[in-house]
Design a protein around this ligand. Structure first.
Ligand code: DGL
Length: 282
């Protein structure tokens, strides 16, 4: 079945979803380079984290989130969650009419462009690393590249607590990243929404010789290119809309999310997902 409620006009908003707060790092980059776009963001805060769940469960959630966004007449979907991109992007693309951009391929492509010694590291949630999706994407671009993936599950709660620096975070980072340094990589993909907030610590631990690839920055560039190629970019907008939906308490989302987004979150509403018989929002 094909879905897609937008009619593909530049005036329509971009729809973005993530398992919760982390996708705001992607939204932040999108707003930086495309300030005229209207956006609708869905954070599935009632079902976060996705990173410890099975591929089947994550795919089901991703499909339901996509259905919700499509009810809002969007022109493009950004799957801002690395875990959801890793396990469900193909399924979403097959069944959705509007363009779908995930965070995985833009990061993989940027890493292949960057590496000189063809050794790339990827860090992400357990589900992302277990899926081998980054590894497959990188090797499909350049089969000679050796990819080392390491899951860093404690990074997400540390960042949400605001512990983006300090000795505990540094020592967790040393534990996770030691193996990567030994593998001789010269490029490291930050394959999780939360990791851009740990750039400082990660850089210190892996050293200056390893280039960090921020999937959020790369994804924003891909979104811009995709909209331009489809003639869907919005050039002028006197009062751009930023609407936020969450599936659990908006208060925590706002408090933690403003740190991720780097700006105020005002228009925020709790919704039920999956949608029941009649659409929750239009
Ligand atoms: N958004 C998730 C990701 O990028 C991290 C949080 C979670 O596990 O849901 O993989």
């Amino acid at each position: 079945m094909s879905r897609g409620a937008g009619s593909g006009r530049p005036e329509e908003p971009i729809g973005i979803f993530d398992s919760g707060i982390g996708g705001l790092t992607v939204l932040r980059e999108i707003l930086t380079i495309m300030p005229s776009e209207d956006v609708i963001y869905l954070g599935d805060t009632a079902r976060v984290p996705y990173g410890i769940r099975s591929p089947e469960t994550v795919e089901k959630y991703a499909v339901e989130n996509t259905e919700f966004l499509l009810e809002n007449r969007i022109k493009l979907i950004v799957v801002a969650c690395n875990t959801a991109s890793a396990v469900s992007l193909d399924a979403l693309k097959k069944t959705t009419k509007v363009p779908v951009v995930g965070v995985l391929l833009p990061g993989a492509e940027a890493a292949v462009r960057k590496t000189a010694n063809r050794r790339i590291g990827v860090i992400g949630t357990e589900a992302t690393i277990r899926s081998m999706a980054y590894q497959r994407a990188i090797v499909s671009i350049d089969p000679e590249v050796v990819v080392t993936g390491v899951a860093c599950p404690l990074f997400v709660p540390l960042v949400e607590e605001g512990w983006t620096d300090g000795e505990i975070t540094r020592s967790v980072a040393r534990e996770y990243l030691g193996r990567l340094k030994d593998s001789g990589i010269d490029t490291l993909v930050l394959g999780c929404t939360h990791y851009p907030l740990l750039k400082g610590v990660i850089k210190d631990v892996v050293g200056e010789g390893i280039a960090l690839i921020d999937s959020a920055v790369e994804t924003a560039k891909t979104v811009r290119e995709t909209l331009e190629a489809a003639g869907l970019s919005r050039r002028r907008n006197d009062s751009p809309i930023r609407r936020f939906y969450v599936t659990d308490d908006p208060a925590r989302f706002r408090k933690v999310g403003e740190r991720f987004l780097g700006r105020r979150i005002t228009c925020i509403e709790k919704v039920e997902i999956p949608l029941t018989g009649q659409a929750a929002h239009r």
